[in-house]
Design a protein around this ligand. Sequence first.
Ligand SMILES: NC(=O)c1ccc[n+]([C@@H]2O[C@H](COP(=O)([O-])OP(=O)(O)OC[C@H]3O[C@@H](n4cnc5c(N)ncnc54)[C@H](OP(=O)(O)O)[C@@H]3O)[C@@H](O)[C@H]2O)c1
Length: 348
Amino acid sequence: MGYLHYFCIEQNITVMKYRNLGTTNEQLSAIGLGCMGMSFAYGPTDEKESIATLEKALDLGVNFWDTADMYGNGANEELISKVLVPNRDKVFIATKFGFRFKDGAAGPSGTANTYFDGSPAWIKIAVENSLRRLRIDTIDLYYAHRVDPNVPIEDTVGAMAELVKEGKVRYLGLSEASPASIIKANAVHPIAALQSEYSLLTRDVEKEILETVRNLGISLVPYSPLARGLFSNTLNLDSLSADDFRRTLPRNQGEHAANNARLIAEFALLAQDKQCSPIQLALAWVLAQGNDIIPIPGTKKRKYLEENAGAIDVQLSDSDLNTIEDILQKYPNVGARYSEGAMALVNN
Ligand SMILES: NC(=O)c1ccc[n+]([C@@H]2O[C@H](COP(=O)([O-])OP(=O)(O)OC[C@H]3O[C@@H](n4cnc5c(N)ncnc54)[C@H](OP(=O)(O)O)[C@@H]3O)[C@@H](O)[C@H]2O)c1
């Protein structure tokens, strides 16, 4: 993994860049691929285009793919397996466990019939389910999707460490964990990555969390780095399908939505000056926060994947970074990133 890959975008030749996973020698594309939307959460899906997008990721050298057992109740892992299995040596696959239906299998978060389970007993079952659906022998990076407030983190990570010993998993990760949990977890077994929401609109990790992972040599994997598509400056919240998860987010309601639309419209003018798209500028900002940061923008479309990969070539000067801070300060009313119920499961 980690060879140079070349591709063309509007006559520009772009070479994907790679970043190390934590303190390992694993070379992951600095821009990964979030696969969730191919099966779940963001409106209509299209298997043919999703598969073409995964194949395009191989061409672009985007080798860091992200999924979870709960994305479409396993459907996302099954979809990915179709491209992953014949290309196993070209992809570093990350999946997650923990959200499940009360009556059994992995399920979506935030419904009355679902809960989070970080128990050792569930981990043993969940990993077998993910391996079966992905049709592989070993998961490269296995994350606890959240820290279960009812299970000591040492027990959860202890059970995950057993999977490493058994050869079912190579590296361990946490998602949305608190600094205290990260430290306790890392004392049980090295943690390679923390996956938490990080974008221009969600900067919670900048306080204690980033410092904690840096002290321990853990990579930060920002999810939703495009603020779930808002930074395209073309997302029409009113036209989202009725079951689109983004309809439930406080950030996308009323005064917050209006604030964010103004913020992003102004941000798009800076992108225009920089001769890139606002999505590329938003992603370049995340990349510029450190070489230990490996964002996983999500898409189910080839054209978006290509555009996102092109962000690797957007260079930000100190003046650009200051202008971005000024825009953010001008429009502070961005709104909460999750509902109260979902927020209760972060930073545990
Ligand atoms: N650990 C966790 O709790 C957690 C939570 C959420 C997500 N994740 C992971 O993180 C990944 C990324 O996050 P995300 O998908 O929530 O949010 P995101 O990457 O911020 O945004 C995804 C949205 O942006 C749109 N988009 C992507 N590229 C675009 C482009 N160039 N132009 C216009 N629109 C574009 C996508 O559209 P299309 O869908 O039409 O392509 C999709 O609606 C997910 O796929 C998932 O693997 C993890």
